[in-house]
Write a protein that binds this ligand. Sequence first.
Ligand code: NAG
Length: 124
Amino acid sequence: MQIVVEESSMGSTEESGAVAKMKKVYEKVSLLVTSNAVVVFTISGCCMCHVVKQLLFGLGVGPTIVELDRDASGHDIHRLLFQQQPVPAVFVGGKFLGGIETVMACHINGTLVPLLKEAGALWL
Ligand SMILES: *[C@@H]1O[C@H](CO)[C@@H](O)[C@H](O)[C@H]1NC(C)=O
């Protein structure tokens, strides 16, 4: 995942505040995804989020789950980072894997489990 912040285009102090805020949110997300093998960003009551969580639980993975509508800074994370990426957003080994389609596709083509093992989320 790459977030490009164009500071040069930010003029007023209000906009600079937005940049600072975005950086803070980005740092928080970076720390979350790099310090946990598997992170799933969800919204409570989202059906596909439930599916992806059940799939991971079924494989024996205990993902870190961030509920964007419950977490205190979840609204900011959602607004700033996931406007283009609907939930669930799954990170494995500090890298953005994808949404439900990608996770399912990887599960079906057999690349999900090796990926989880590589990330240290699975031992067997
Ligand atoms: C498995 O599916 C994922 C997601 O579509 C894709 O990125 C990956 O290249 C596929 N791998 C193989 C070996 O088919």
